[in-house]
Design a protein around this ligand. Structure first.
Ligand code: ATP
Ligand code: MN
Length: 551
């Protein structure tokens, strides 16, 4: 096989055949062996996907597909190519491990070799970023129809005219995930690699078929491009907007804390469930779809998401009844991280285009605290926002990452450490400026355990109470309540919230195992915070440092 050719042949970008022709040249595909489908509709992708083993249609019309061995992201196998255009900006370390340009060439060629052997290849040309001024053109080349439908749903679908004028992509994803990397290759630690090259503006995936790697790869690209080139802040958050007064709320939070669940709110317009940018104009979504967790999903608790699972959506790694094709959402046999990817317009309250020319008025930091120490809601000072944003505390719940089966405390800066391209303080500084300029209110919401820990048999804060808390933030009533101070963390806890039982509000007063046990639990969590923050000590301002818990 010859190497991928850098083609100089001029092509007519309005002609899909010519785009296919170009991919053929680049991959050196023989004419008759492979069919290439560009931006195929869901119906065709369904038809192709159904030829794959196990793939079926669910009773509600969703495509049920399986990602094989990997059912979550593989953060340890992510690599950034070390090259001169980006190397001084990248935050090198455990999140962004370097690989050489030589390793990149070997893996890219390995991906190309694999793709060359396929009967069908898929191209998805689409956008990332809803603001036309800042959006990037993304091309995905992959060999599974399921992956093509996934990215069709998750990126912003071009109109026919936009597709005709698409031209050269700004960024290309080569997904050969069915095929392993060779772990004898330098810089490789396993058969899996997810490699980003900011000079070539390309990404290669080998050795994992978890579709979420593609979407989170593009997210990392935005975490690099937006701040470096446009001074725009990239956020691991969901966002929605009040129907009547247009107020925007951002929900930051790590995986499983409730970004998707809580942003789907029938009383508010959904801007997006996971990835946003905050520019000088306002907030825009990066994606054209949502990627919702499905474990224990019920119509009663999450009707919007439940009903979005229909023709055109993809259900991943779920168990279904072989006779009726009804999906068992409470079955975690394959993984806790069962997911559904659907176009955002499947949520009835979605705001299309997914942006707001308004700056956020409420910033919500979501955490899922399995220690039960943090209150269901507290009001944050600007310094506390920065402290908690840099800390990024949650309990990692089973699921989204390979190998996590029990909740464990974790700190992930900017509530999105695995996706950061630059040092966390760069994003935190941008956020601090924006919050003070636009004087947003900020809240810490614990959607996890409260009043008793997970291990001592406590319960997760019922979703209806978290929703009631959000309602009272949005109708302005919460800000007017009286507040008392939670010890050690110095959080302002309301003494009353409409439609929420009073005894739930302050864990310090209502700890199931008594005050002494609470004090032990609170100091334990506080020391984890203090220990974690040591790495940021020399870069944070004295005011932010003063917002740390006091043991
Ligand atoms: P990811 O970044 O992986 O997409 P996410 O922040 O979007 O994660 P969700 O998909 O919203 O997380 O997952 C939250 C899960 O927790 C859902 O399964 C939801 O049903 C469940 N849950 C239980 N109690 C609550 C609560 N009080 N608030 C929010 N979610 C809750
Ligand atoms: Mn989500």
């Amino acid at each position: 096989m010859s190497p991928i050719k850098a083609s100089n042949t001029p092509i007519d970008p309005t002609d899909s055949n010519q785009v296919e022709q170009k991919i053929r040249q680049e991959l050196d595909l023989s004419k008759d062996v492979t069919t290439i489908r560009r931006n195929a509709p869901a119906a065709i992708l369904y038809e192709d996907a159904l030829h794959e083993r196990n793939t079926i249609i669910s009773s509600t019309g969703a495509l049920v597909a399986y990602s094989g061995e990997k059912t979550g992201r593989s953060p340890r196998d992510k690599r950034i190519v070390e090259e001169e255009t980006s190397k001084d900006d990248i935050w090198w370390g455990p999140v962004n491990k370097p690989c050489s340009e030589r390793t990149w060439s070997i893996n890219r060629e390995r991906a190309a070799d694999y793709l060359r052997t396929r009967d069908h290849l898929y191209i998805v040309d689409a956008f990332a970023g809803w603001d036309p001024e800042y959006r990037i053109k993304v091309r995905v080349v992959c060999a599974r129809a399921y992956h093509a439908l996934f990215m069709t749903n998750m990126l912003i679908r071009p109109t026919q005219e936009e597709l005709a004028e698409f031209g050269e992509p700004d960024f290309t994803v080569w997904n050969a995930g069915q095929f392993p990397a060779n772990f004898h290759t330098q810089d490789m630690s396993s058969k899996t690699t997810i490699e980003i090259n900011f000079k070539a503006m390309e990404m290669v995936i080998l050795g994992t078929e978890y579709a979420g790697e593609m979407k989170k790869g593009i997210f990392t690209v935005m975490f690099y491009l937006m701040p470096v080139h446009h001074n725009i802040l990239t956020l691991h958050s969901s966002a929605n907007q009040g129907i009547r007064n247009g107020d925007v709320t951002l929900f930051f939070g790590l995986s499983g804390t409730g970004k998707t669940t809580l942003s789907a709110d029938p009383h508010r317009l959904l801007i997006g469930d996971d990835e946003h940018c905050w520019s000088d104009k306002g907030v825009f979504n990066i994606e054209g779809g949502c990627y919702a967790k499905c474990i224990n999903l019920s119509h009663e608790k999450e009707p919007e998401i439940f009903e979005a699972i229909k023709y055109g959506s993809i259900l991943e790694n779920v168990i279904y009844d072989p006779k009726t094709r009804v999906v068992h959402y409470d079955d975690s046999t394959l993984t806790e991280n069962t997911r559904c990817a659907y176009p955002i317009e499947f949520i009835p309250s979605a705001k299309i285009p997914c942006l707001a020319d308004t700056h956020p008025s409420n910033i919500i930091l979501l955490t899922c605290d399995a220690s039960g120490v943090l209150p269901p809601v507290s009001k944050l000072t600007p310094e506390q926002v920065m402290y908690h944003f840099i800390s990024g505390y949650t309990s990692k719940m089973a699921g989204t990452e390979q190998g996590v089966t029990e909740p464990e405390p974790t700190f992930s800066s900017c509530f999105g450490q695995p996706f950061l391209a630059l040092h966390p303080i760069r994003y935190a500084t941008m956020l601090a400026k924006k919050i003070s300029k636009h004087s947003a209110n900020a809240w810490l919401i614990n959607t996890g355990w409260t009043g008793s820990s997970y291990v001592s048999g406590g319960k997760r804060c019922p979703l209806k109470y978290t929703r009631a808390i959000l309602d009272s933030i949005h109708d302005g009533s919460l800000a007017k309540q009286e507040f008392e101070t939670l010890p050690v963390f110095n959080l302002q806890v309301p003494t009353n919230v409409n439609n929420v039982p009073k005894e739930l509000l302050n864990p310090a007063k209502n700890w199931a195992q008594g005050e002494a046990k609470y004090n032990a639990a609170v100091s334990n969590l506080a020391s984890l915070f203090v220990e974690n923050f040591k790495i940021y000590q020399d870069k944070a301002t004295p005011e932010v440092l003063a917002a740390a818990p006091r043991i």
